[in-house]
Ligand binder design. Sequence first.
Ligand code: PGA
Length: 249
Amino acid sequence: MRNKIVAGNWKMNNDFFETKTLLYELKKHEFNNSVTVMVSPSFTNLQQSVEILSDSKIEVIAQNVNESEKGAFTGEISPLMLKSIGVSRVIVGHSERREYYNETDKLLNKKIKNALGNNLKIIFCFGEKIIDRKNKKEFEIVNNQLSKTLLDVNKTDWKNIILAYEPVWAIGTGENATPEQVQEMHLNVRNWVKINYGSKISDIVPILYGGSVKPNNSHEIFSQPDVDGGLIGGASLYCDDFIEIINSF
Ligand code: PGA
């Protein structure tokens, strides 16, 4: 039985006060107990979020991490800094970082290894662009992304990895992939893990879907056999929508 997970990707939204308001609102609600819930406030709000959620089961995760442990990298945040304030997981490989900050597969491989090597768990994102899907290359592109970023990860580190399939064309567009498209890609990803790391790992690695998940489509998407939850952008900024998505499992 794999963990069910719903993680909110808040991106560059919510200032100090808005973060506080949303967290207190979220804390008031009862969630489906079998779901692990995560939120990812901005760096400036991580510490207060950890404090506010210290009496809650909601986990606080970060949105980015540097590929080095420490040093002269102005403006960057290391795994050790995140861990020292009680953050134990980070999102790596989001398409917005690949696209706007030129994060290549090579760099992402370094980030993954630096995070995992410092016992910082990850949600690793990947996914094809619309042109790839139009050219029927979505499986090739995704498998290539996985091979370039995850192939030399230690077997023992896989317990700290959550995968997130996020087709770029579905992120923030309102156009979600169909449940069938999601399932066939998740099965392909699970097979990739099985071929490269064995079935013990592929059976337990959680694979989330992200891209325009809303209360009106989450149930159908989460019902697919290889979908273990979602990485939620826009809808996670609204307490009621986020709760409805969590409870749609
Ligand atoms: P969205 O974003 O739900 O707003 O499409 C998902 C994501 O970027 O993780």
